[in-house]
Design a protein around this ligand. Structure first.
Ligand SMILES: [Zn+2]
Length: 108
């Protein structure tokens, strides 16, 4: 509701600015909430209690690496392509063993 006054009071101007800011913040909160929802849906990481001191050996299980840039892929965010270089995993991941042997000798 906007009153059509000839000269808007500074308070109204401030109010307009604040409401714009609030709208932006609300949008941000909504996005964060959606993100939290996505995180919450995932099963919690099963934390097996390490018998050995885990302080020194932190990299017990190797994370999947990108075949393109050989960087470790971040946990939980494994998409169809590498987040670092954009390598498409489907190019190498779903290849059956038989098909991989391209230079196989023909048995016929
Ligand atoms: Zn990569």
């Amino acid at each position: 509701m906007r009153s059509s006054r000839p000269s808007p009071a500074p308070a109204e101007d401030l109010h307009a600015r604040l409401s714009a800011r609030i709208a932006a913040l609300e949008d941000r909160v909504r996005r964060l909430e959606a993100r939290l929802l996505l995180e919450g849906r995932k099963p919690p990481p099963v934390r097996s209690r390490p018998s050995v001191s885990a302080a020194t050996v932190r990299v017990g299980r190797a994370r999947p690496r990108c075949p393109g840039c050989t960087l470790e892929l971040p946990r939980g965010r494994r998409g169809e392509s590498c987040v670092w270089c954009g390598f498409v995993f489907a190019a190498v991941a779903r290849r059956p063993r038989g098909a991989a042997a391209k230079t196989a000798r023909k048995t016929r």
